[in-house]
Design a protein around this ligand. Structure first.
Ligand code: URA
Length: 234
């Protein structure tokens, strides 16, 4: 792999900037300065340095964000902050959220530049479970739980697929495997209720890290990424 591509993929700069960094002697390979931006390196065995720090090659980037209410998951929409803007300091290009959360929904959102994984995780065929903590206007009865679990008519062609619905100390936990527009809110409307607070807490086997405050994010660990990839391969 060319060293300028390696550095650009790691968000060190644009190819043009990297050329200048190389010429200025700021880039090293195995401890020796690199003076040709077109030189080839082996990311697995060569140690590339920039301004004295070793750069570990990452082809793709994966983050877990605790999405705060008031931010939008899609691209720029009026004055609202997008979730991608919250990670601007990372300097990673082409990050996209894995699925969408409504503007007023909080919680677990994965952002990545790995298009293949993103596609697999949002594919309806994969049935990746998404668990939500749901606070409602009125109490949820045992009968409502049964209906939500069996599938409810939310005005689409088909009722919702079977889900998991459980009352816990902090509220209703609803796990759905589809991602229809406003699905959780519409499911609660179907049992004559209304969502007043919604937070995604789990996707597949990946749980939102409770130390992340609203708006905070961190890279996924290797183990967490493996959990997600295993789910997307099923
Ligand atoms: N269901 C909803 O209604 N809203 C979300 O943001 C996610 C699931």
């Amino acid at each position: 792999m060319r060293i300028d591509k390696f550095l650009a993929d790691n968000s060190i700069g644009t190819r043009k900037e990297i050329k200048a960094f190389v010429k200025a002697g700021r880039v090293s390979v195995n401890g020796a300065p690199a003076f040709d931006p077109g030189m080839h390196i082996d990311p697995a065995s060569d140690e590339v340095g920039f301004d004295g720090s070793v750069i570990k090659y990452e082809k793709f980037h994966y983050y877990m964000l605790n999405k705060p209410a008031g931010t939008v998951s899609s691209t720029k929409e009026g004055a609202s902050t997008t979730v991608v803007e919250l990670l601007a300091d990372e300097g990673v290009k082409n990050l996209s959220p894995v699925g969408r959360l409504d503007k007023d929904t909080e919680g677990l959102l994965i952002l990545t530049d790995d298009g293949e994984l993103l596609h697999d995780l949002i594919s309806p065929k994969k049935h990746v479970g998404k668990e939500y903590l749901v606070i409602t206007e009125k109490p949820v009865s045992g009968d409502d739980l049964k209906k939500l679990a069996a599938g409810v008519d939310i005005g689409d062609d088909k009722p919702t697929l079977p889900a998991k619905a459980e009352m816990k100390d902090d509220g209703l936990h609803l796990t759905i495997t589809e991602g229809r527009f406003h699905q959780v809110k519409r499911m609660l409307e179907a049992v004559d209720n209304k969502v007043t607070y919604l937070k995604r807490i789990k996707m597949g086997e990946l749980e939102l890290d409770p130390v992340l405050k609203e708006g905070e994010y961190r890279k996924l660990t290797i183990a967490e990424l493996a959990l997600l990839k295993a789910k997307s391969d099923e």
